[in-house]
Design a binder for this molecule. Structure first.
Ligand code: NAD
Ligand code: GLY
Length: 369
């Protein structure tokens, strides 16, 4: 059983199909989008060993040829060197503008393949088949694509929407628990930013979403995609409301930057701590009840996510180091730190001109814990 959601973006609108076992039916979903040239399937070594064979069998059954590009696993693949190698590999296959790049994998594969799709021949078709929870609920939806530069993460890229997202939730069965948990932090984010009822459902069903599979997991992926689709449809290029998706991320990105992106701290783990800190700052500023902040922390801890920097195995420095790292975030506008804060669970808003002493107080308390 699969269900279809729509990202409403005028002529760039597309479907997100969510269901267990979708890869086995990918050929039928891709056939209407495929041009005369072979599909260009981009994946990484781990995902290739687990899921590429089924995808190729499904394409074959639908009469679709493909070329495969298998990258090394990990964040280091979001580099200029890998982008160049991928683009030249794609060009060697003599693509046409109607050729379609298919990203099979997590956010790393999706981000790199998306940049390549946006650049080759000034834009090829692009389809996402996300295989991590993080990619299914966040990175595969909404059209942000990027690689990293020596100046920072995700600084080189484009808004480039896919023509289709196929989220096979069954692929999450092979994903390590730590990666599933990291993706779950982004699921919780959707409840915290705009849907208190969903957060309450997650308090009850969180472990089933992370470990149980089945309908609870599919429901969580669908709810998350629907929340993201609505925000992206309202603000595709992040001029306003899309910034709400950064709840927990100003802190999270600073933590990741201080941890040097070496795999010691996963993005979702940094976001989990960031969500706790965003609610702690909201409570410190008198915007939300301290009990709401405590409740966020309780739930994330209950499922096994880190909730404080002391839970992370990385040396992050002091308050000034973290605030300086926040200042280097690409979401800084006119030199001001912008935070997504909350009036309560399910009620986030964009705040600017935050009182630095409140921020220092929250971070000093955090770092002394
Ligand atoms: P990832 O792509 O590195 O995948 C994590 C690991 O899981 C990799 O080793 C991968 O090989 C493996 N893996 C993937 N699917 C698997 C499966 N089904 N079974 C077993 N192993 C599997 O990490 P991620 O968390 O998916 O993505 C992180 C990236 O996403 C970061 O680069 C981040 O910047 C980016 N991101 C982008 C956006 C966006 O909007 N474009 C949003 C959030 C994050
Ligand atoms: N991951 C945040 C966004 O897509 O805007």
């Amino acid at each position: 059983m699969s269900q279809i959601l729509r990202v409403d973006l005028g002529e760039r609108s597309y479907d997100i199909v969510v269901g267990d076992g979708l890869i086995d039916r990918a050929g039928a979903h891709l056939a209407p989008l495929a041009g005369p040239r072979p599909l260009l399937v981009v994946t990484d070594e781990t995902v290739a060993s687990l899921h590429l064979g089924r995808l190729e069998a499904s394409l074959d059954a639908a009469g679709l040829a493909c070329h495969r590009f298998v990258l090394p696993d990990g964040e280091a693949s979001k580099s200029f060197a890998q982008l160049q190698a991928l683009l030249e590999g794609i060009l060697e296959t003599e693509p046409e503008r109607s050729s379609v790049v298919v990203a099979l994998g997590g956010g790393v594969v999706g981000d790199l393949a998306g940049v390549a799709a946006s650049l080759a021949l000034r834009g090829l078709g692009f389809v996402q088949i996300p295989t991590t929870l993080l990619a299914q609920v966040d990175s595969a939806v909404g059209g942000k694509t990027a690689i990293n530069s020596g100046y920072g993460k995700n600084l080189v890229g484009a808004f480039y929407q896919p023509k289709l997202v196929l989220s096979d939730t069954g692929t999450l069965d092979t994903l390590p628990r730590r990666e599933r948990l990291a993706g779950y932090a982004e699921v919780v984010k959707y409840g915290l930013l705009g849907d208190r009822v969903f957060f309450e459902w997650l308090e009850d069903k969180g472990n089933a979403v992370i470990d149980g599979g089945g309908e609870a997991r599919d429901h969580a992926v669908r709810k998350s995609c629907a929340a993201k689709a609505a925000i992206v449809a309202a603000d595709e290029t992040e001029q306003g409301v899309r910034a709400l998706l950064n709840l927990g991320h100003t802190f999270g990105h600073a933590i990741e930057a201080r941890a040097r992106y070496d795999g010691a701290v996963l993005h979702g783990e940094a976001v989990a701590v960031g969500l706790v800190l965003a609610f702690a700052l909201s409570a410190e500023l008198g915007l939300c009840a301290r009990e709401d902040a405590a409740r966020v922390r309780r739930h994330l801890r209950a499922v096994g996510l880190p909730v404080s920097v002391a839970d992370l195995s990385a040396e992050l420095g002091g308050t000034d180091d973290l605030i300086a790292a926040m200042g280097r975030d690409k979401k800084v506008r006119s030199g001001e730190l912008n935070f997504i804060l909350a009036r309560g669970i399910g009620d986030a808003f964009i705040a600017s001109g935050i009182d630095r002493s409140a921020l220092e107080c929250v971070l000093a308390h955090e770092l002394s814990a």
